[in-house]
Design a protein around this ligand. Sequence first.
Ligand code: PA5
Length: 450
Amino acid sequence: MDRIQFDFNNAMTTMVGAHGFSAKEIADADGMLKNAIDALKTKPLGFRKLPKGQAAVVDDIIQTAAAVREKCDTFVVLGIGGSALGPIAVEQALMDGQGSMKLIVEDNVDPERLARVFGGLDLKKTMFNVITKSGRTSETMSQMMYAASAIEKAGLALKDHMIATTDEKNGELVKILQKEGLKSFVIPSDVGGRFSELTPVGLLPAAVCGHDISAMLEGAAYMDELCTREAGNPAALYALLHVLGMKKGFNISVMLPYADSIKYMSDWYAQLWAESLGKRYGNDGNEVFAGQTPVKALGVTDQHSQIQLYTEGPFDKIVTFLKVDKFRNDLVIPKALEYIDAISFLCDKTFGQLLEAERSATEYALCKAGRPNMTIALSQVNAYTVGALLYFFEMATAYAGEMLAINAFDQPGVEEGKIATFALMGKAGFEEKKAELNSRPAKDAALIIE
Ligand code: PA5
């Protein structure tokens, strides 16, 4: 049976000594845990309606995906942040290498990269999906303008090659899609960008790539049950350990998947955790400067890059291993060159066994060095467990926001940058911000070295 298991043995003093969490510490924080669980019971959080409340949307997505697959072989998402990281993570997790659809997610405005991507497209067989909740993000709008112009130059109709995913009413994209007659999907107004992977933001690209989006939602619904219960609530406990950790100086949350298929889950988690919890003000209006820096790493690759720091550097990290119990494919290390004794022990073992041995060895090394860590195990990687994993982290983030008494659902720091970009690029209505930017102190030439 598909399941996800959360094991936090190695976060405890019994396993890692003084830097771990004692049973008393956890028991003393029971009130905080219970309050957070109670608070989420009544808070109207939009993302919680997604696992079970989208039957009509799912039907529309499945039909649209089938139509796209009939005439296109490339699906290009134009989006950034919460409008891009989920589709990237899910495609990496679920692609089986056999799919006929190529997914490209353009989440940057680097001109060299854009030129390379557009230069390689057969526009007649390409569908663009512009995704932006606000409907006005400069990066996404500029990419859309570039795509629209390329489609027009190729003598094609925009409405046959572009789908829009945005807010129902707000933003510029909604005006464009109405004028151009684009097929569109709505991001519910109460679901923020980084919590939107289980809306059409993530479901449409996944369905176009042939993945079972109903199973993703079923996995999320299963996780919702686990993550709302009073006792043994994995997301609330994950949040509690991290929040208690922040108080002990663990300012870094390392996400360490041991499977390439889930490596971009770390990127998606990094945005979710950083943007949701990194807040200047608490709910009471006082300055709190909350947050924990997410670091993305990959097993085994980063064993030869970062693990030295994790085992011997400062005690400022909590590590989460992501583990897969059963790989979809495994390979045997053959009996080749086994006349060298020092490598012959590898013969007839599988690469999956080696990867798990490496993970287990790293877990052991971290424990021996007194470093708190925990493991989230997926029975295997499929649409169901991926949906469940995404939802687990969304719930954990919501719980951590409650425990920290901050608003996990806004992003004023991001908005400031977006507005400054409008001003710098000369958007009407942002003249005051432009003047503010121009009034910055001039840079000292002596501090610039050539
Ligand atoms: O989580 C968020 O709200 C942000 O990271 C957004 O996803 C990101 O800024 C992109 O915004 P939009 O979807 O409005 O273009």
